[in-house]
Design a binder for this molecule. Structure first.
Ligand code: GUN
Ligand code: ZN
Length: 443
């Protein structure tokens, strides 16, 4: 037997293709097997039909649990881990009072390394195996994050924040240093292992036109790097952009003018867009990061999922920690459902799951390696334990037929409301188990 083969048994759910109908186009095995080899998915199917060549393998038996692709968080700030749940402000005051003072600490490289470690542990213990991450303005802090993600062999995209105005002097870079540091980080990290780079102007108010232009040049020079920034999150922010960039009609025009709206551009929030902006996002192939937990926490507004759907814009779910109040993407999905309820619209459990697995991967152009369990992709996957506590055990008893889960959609929905750090039983990155829950109530 090939010693590099690993066999798993569980209920297995994923979305193999890009789809506008995740409720219809999913792949599910209530009693499934998955085989991995050297960090990649080798085979997948119904355990009853396990091919004879695998029958001698030792089986890691997760019967009664749900195996999913690793979750993707499409917008999260690693330096804001320690300031999660800070009281009382809306966006611009929150940035001044909490965010900027916290981000100044990351000038200390060792401090940045410590928080990187804690941050990556939070992702993995919550079932997130890939993320699009904002660092601080500091190059060394960004290196520290990349180094640790590299050691874990994670598929992670991140970028040094660029801002040359309207923030404390300690956090300001310049047109020149933003361009030089970003280019150096791209050369060092983009395509290094599974790592990827994201050009990261914080948002239009903290970048001069000259800085956005310099980053637009880099975007042209490196057409496959990501671009991430914030867009139309808060009404005062939008008015501020209008006063700083009076010659532009729409907020998104500012980014577009400087060449920052394209495929692999990811715009956080997008709460107050005009139809023209939705159309521009669609025609550019850009992605919206829907951050419901953050939007509720900062009182920013309700994301219009119907509008996004109608314009067929790519949507990816995101925690936006530290304005978001949880790293747990299942809980983020639960918040997205509640936002939709307030808008008299519906987010189905499978559509929610799609937006943090295959839908996000397709939007980011990464679905040949993450977001699904197709043969040949990287073996990033998680196990959900429906019986992680007494309440969830009681609530999810109905989803079982014997030992097997036969109602995965209802299970996902229940867990999107009830999940906590015990829900994730194990997390695997490139075939290696990088996290296992040892504190659940499960006996
Ligand atoms: N807009 C500009 N910077 C930030 C940030 O750090 N968090 C959020 N939620 N919005 C922003
Ligand atoms: Zn953000």
């Amino acid at each position: 037997m090939d010693p590099n083969l690993q066999l798993y048994r569980a209920s297995i759910l994923h979305f193999p293709t890009s789809t506008a109908s995740p409720e219809l186009e999913f792949c599910y095995f209530s009693d499934g097997y998955m085989v991995t080899r050297n960090g990649k998915i080798e085979d997948l199917g119904n355990f009853k039909h396990l091919p004879s060549e695998y029958r001698e393998l030792k089986c890691v038996d997760y019967t009664g649990m749900l195996l999913l692709p690793g979750l993707i968080d499409s917008h999260v700030h690693f330096p804001q881990t320690e300031m999660i749940a800070s009281f009382g402000e809306q966006l611009l005051e929150w940035l001044q009072n909490y965010t900027f003072p916290t981000e100044q600490k990351f000038e200390d490289e060792q401090y940045a390394a410590n928080i990187s470690n804690l941050f990556l542990n939070q992702l993995l213990s919550n079932g997130t195996t890939s993320a699009l991450v904002y660092s601080t303005v500091h190059k060394a802090a960004t290196d520290a994050l990349f180094e640790q993600a590299r050691n874990l062999n994670m598929c992670l995209a991140a970028g040094k924040v660029c801002m040359d105005r309207n923030c404390p002097p300690e956090l300001q870079d310049t047109v020149q240093s933003a361009q030089v540091d970003s280019a150096a980080l791209i050369e060092k990290w983009h395509g290094n292992g599974r790592l990827l780079y994201a050009l990261t102007p914080r948002f239009a108010p903290t970048s001069s036109p000259e800085q956005l232009s310099a980053l637009g040049e880099l975007a042209k020079q490196y057409p496959d790097v990501f671009i991430q920034t914030h867009l139309s999150e808060n009404k005062n922010e939008i008015a501020w952009v209008k006063s700083l960039y009076p010659e532009f009609t729409h907020y998104l025009d500012v980014y577009d003018y400087f060449g920052l709206v394209r495929n692999r551009s990811v715009f956080g929030h997008c709460l107050h867009l005009l139809p023209y902006e939705w159309e521009l996002l669609k025609s550019a192939g850009a992605t919206v990061a829907f951050c419901p937990s953050s939007n509720l926490f900062l009182g920013s507004g309700l994301f219009d999922l119907e509008e996004a759907r109608q314009h067929k814009v790519n949507i990816a779910l995101a925690s936006d920690v530290g304005a978001g109040t949880t790293f747990n993407m299942l809980r983020v999905q639960g918040e997205a459902y509640k936002v939709s309820q307030l808008n008299h619209s519906k987010l189905s459990p499978l559509e929610g799951l799609y937006m943090m697995t295959q839908g996000a991967a397709v939007a980011l152009g990464l679905d040949s390696s993450i977001g699904n369990l197709n043969v040949g992709t990287d073996a990033d996957f998680i196990l959900l334990d429906p019986k992680f506590n007494q309440l969830s055990q009681l609530r999810t008893a109905n989803v079982y037929e014997g030992d097997q889960i036969d109602q995965p959609s209802d299970l996902i929905f229940a867990l999107s409301m009830l999940a906590d750090e015990r829900t994730i039983h194990a997390t695997y990155v490139a075939g290696e188990r990088v996290y296992q829950n040892t504190q659940g109530e499960r006996r």
